[in-house]
Design a protein around this ligand. Sequence first.
Ligand code: GAR
Length: 198
Amino acid sequence: MGALSDTLSVPVLGVFISGRGSNFQAIHQAIQSGVLSARIGLVISDRDADGLVYANANNLPCVVCHRSDFSTQAEHDAAMLEQCKRAQVNWIVLAGYMRILSAGFLAKYPDKVLNIHPSLLPKFKGLYPQRQALAAGESESGCTVHYVIPEVDSGSIILQHRVPIYDGDTEAQLSARILEEEHKAYVAALKIVLGDDE
Ligand code: GAR
């Protein structure tokens, strides 16, 4: 009974992905190894993302809501919201989800939607932040976990992890260095917001 009630009382995450899903995997592995006390109630994607292979292999509930199946963004968001409600999701975790959630969606999960972005926000918002950091001649970059608000990449910062930029770094090298930190940063940020860091 103890184990069952523990499972039922932990926060339920809805993880949104669009691609390979390595941040999602890092979060799942942190849960599996007991580092993070939470449950993934749903993995949701807007396309046939590579990360769904891992979700299926690990028997995690997942659903694909193709944007092209809906005529408006509002309908797409409403469908995803319905899936989250059905899965009793408490927290939305954007992990490489490459769409902007509407203000209407966010209003249904106030202060419960997190995102990770591969730059030291407020620097280099939007697409290709690693490329932007290199083009700006920065000597360091990193990643930011933040709350999501309607303005893209602009919500309150939960934490940042920094990495150096070396002379001659390529975009791929910098991205890989940042990604390694992302996996740690997302778990650490979740522990903070879920009150699991004492
Ligand atoms: C990560 O680098 C994440 O920070 C970035 O997409 C990648 C997803 O990797 N997200 C954004 O740029 C959002 N603005 P993953 O699918 O392996 O987690």
